[in-house]
Write a protein that binds this ligand. Structure first.
Ligand code: FES
Length: 157
């Protein structure tokens, strides 16, 4: 019996101007979130391509969070709206491939919304805990799973 507790690895792409500042504020406020959450700063969520999300899953992420500015507040005008479309299309690709779309989520947040960001992160961690490890990761770990699912995704490009 495996008595290891599953701690999800979550990649959080945070836009520099709002979400990253919010994560920074969360640190200053000593708000806590699980250590399996890795924050990656991006100039704007509009910079993120579908490939970024798929690579994160391919490399073992159990979940991916995209955190951008509030709608209407993007410093590159509509980057977060482009990001929203890409996240939604990636969620469809995941679902068609048998991977739960809940593993990818986007949130819009301002620099002052540190508490909201931590709430979203903790909620996502709980969701991923219920879903279990990313099936692609399972195959990387050698614990079973269907690696060919990702190859199918690659061939759809
Ligand atoms: Fe924050 Fe575009 S600058 S989402």
């Amino acid at each position: 019996m495996n008595d290891k507790v599953f701690e999800p690895k979550i990649i959080a792409f945070c836009c520099h101007f709002c979400a990253y500042a919010s994560a920074d504020l969360a640190g200053s406020m000593r708000l806590q979130y699980p250590s399996g959450v890795r924050i990656i700063r991006t100039p704007c969520t509009g910079r993120l391509e579908v490939e970024f999300y798929m690579r994160a899953f391919e490399n073992g992420a159990d979940g991916v969070l995209v955190a951008g500015c509030l709608e209407g507040g993007c410093h590159f005008i509509d980057g977060n709206l482009f990001a929203k479309k890409r996240v939604n299309s990636t969620r469809n690709i995941l679902e068609e491939s048998g991977i739960e779309k809940e593993r990818l989520r986007m949130v819009n947040i301002s620099a002052a919304m540190a508490t909201n960001l931590v709430t979203v992160i903790n909620d996502m961690v709980n969701t991923i805990k219920e879903l279990g490890p990313n099936p692609i990761r399972k195959s990387i770990d050698g614990s079973g799973g269907e690696y060919k699912e990702f190859e199918t995704l690659n061939s759809q490009k």
